[in-house]
Design a protein around this ligand. Structure first.
Ligand SMILES: Cc1ncc(C[n+]2csc(CCOP(=O)(O)OP(=O)(O)O)c2C)c(N)n1
Ligand SMILES: [Mg+2]
Length: 336
């Protein structure tokens, strides 16, 4: 059967059907979760900044299908997709987004600081470039313990111009750390175009300076993304050291919710939105007979119910008590 979408190239390199469908399930979860969160913020029921990753679903969905629960992830403020795909329980995630006591960080982290070690999400940071050295530290610990865990550092294209990126790649390379560096290149850092701020046409090429493999991949192609991530994860797990993946994508809602997109080229965003990876991948799965419409409908319906349940749980949870203010801040609780 013919389809307008063509994902992943050669059929012989595709993952099995259950993995292809699981990638779709994750992508749908991220999409629906984002849609619900934006609508709740816009209704005023949650007050907070939101850096939507809508449009970038294929990247963490494919990567996470290759990770174990105890593998580590370090991500950024635009990282709710990454956390959910890794397996942070949705109710706790939502409660954290809403600043409630039942959240992953007892409501004291908020959307920019999700941490949930039980799912392997070790840090979500607002400091551009800082996910990479932290992932190195976790990977070094894994290597010294010999526990087989690997670390994934997610970051943006803008972050690859920060010193910490270069330091982290250098160190990971000389120490052969089990890290996968995943750059989600969405073409902008805040309101600055990639070409204006970056002195090389592909970030993946920067891997050469650190003698590690670099992979430039279409991050909106879930099948190609899976293949790229598999190569890097297998290398890290097998003791072969780090890989830099540059996954090309686009963010549909600007830098921050409320962004007017005035710095973009006319039609640029619309062009990317027309190629929305979630419905495109759905059409491809059906056309290639990996799933039926009814199976995918059922997945979407279940996710809708789960998102509804998680958001209701969050909004009906209590705010943290004032007594919590000084707890979990330093290793030793601050005295009154
Ligand atoms: C060290 C540091 N410098 C500057 C900022 C301000 N800042 C916040 S987001 C951002 C853009 C980062 O762009 P990119 O790495 O491409 O990630 P994206 O937001 O596109 O996902 C900047 C410069 C910051 N938070 N931290
Ligand atoms: Mg960017």
């Amino acid at each position: 059967m013919s389809t307008t979408e063509s994902f992943g190239g050669d059929a012989s390199t595709r993952p099995p059907k259950d993995v292809l469908v699981e990638i779709y399930r994750k992508m749908t979860l991220l999409k629906q979760n984002d849609e619900r969160f934006r609508s709740i913020i816009q209704s005023g029921r949650i007050i907070g900044n939101y850096y939507s990753a809508r449009g970038q679903e294929a990247i963490p969905s494919a990567v996470s299908c290759l990770l174990n629960q105890d593998d580590y992830v370090c991500t950024i403020y635009r990282g709710i997709h990454d956390s959910l795909a890794k397996g942070v329980p949705m109710k706790q995630l939502w409660a954290e987004l809403a600043g409630r006591a039942t959240g992953t960080c007892k409501g004291k982290g908020g959307p920019m600081h999700i941490t949930h070690p039980a799912s392997g999400v070790m840090v979500t940071t607002g400091i551009v470039g800082s996910s990479m050295p932290i992932a190195n530290g976790l990977a070094l610990a894994s290597k010294m313990r010999g526990d087989g865990r690997i670390s994934v550092a997610y970051f943006g294209d803008g972050a690859s111009n920060i010193g910490a990126f270069h330091e982290a790649l250098n160190l990971a390379s000389i120490w052969k750390l089990p890290v996968v560096f995943v750059c989600q290149n969405n073409r902008y850092g805040e309101h600055t175009k990639y070409e204006y701020a970056t002195a090389i046409d592909q970030i993946a090429k920067r891997s050469a300076s650190y003698t590690m493999p670099g992979i430039h991949v279409d991050g909106n192609d879930p099948v190609a993304m899976y293949a790229a991530a598999k190569e890097a994860v297998d290398r890290a797990r097998g003791g072969g050291g780090p890989t830099l993946i540059e996954a090309m994508t686009f963010r549909f809602h600007g830098h921050l919710l409320g962004d007017m997109d005035q710095y973009m080229d006319p039609g640029e965003k619309d062009g990317w939105m027309k190629k929305d990876p979630v419905p495109a991948y759905r059409r491809w799965l059906v056309a290639e007979s990996y799933a039926t419409e009814a199976e995918l409908d059922a997945i979407e319906k279940q996710i809708q119910a789960d998102v509804e349940e998680a958001s209701s749980f969050a909004l009906s949870s209590p705010y943290p008590d004032v007594a919590e203010l000084r707890k979990d801040v330093f290793a030793q609780e601050i005295a009154e």
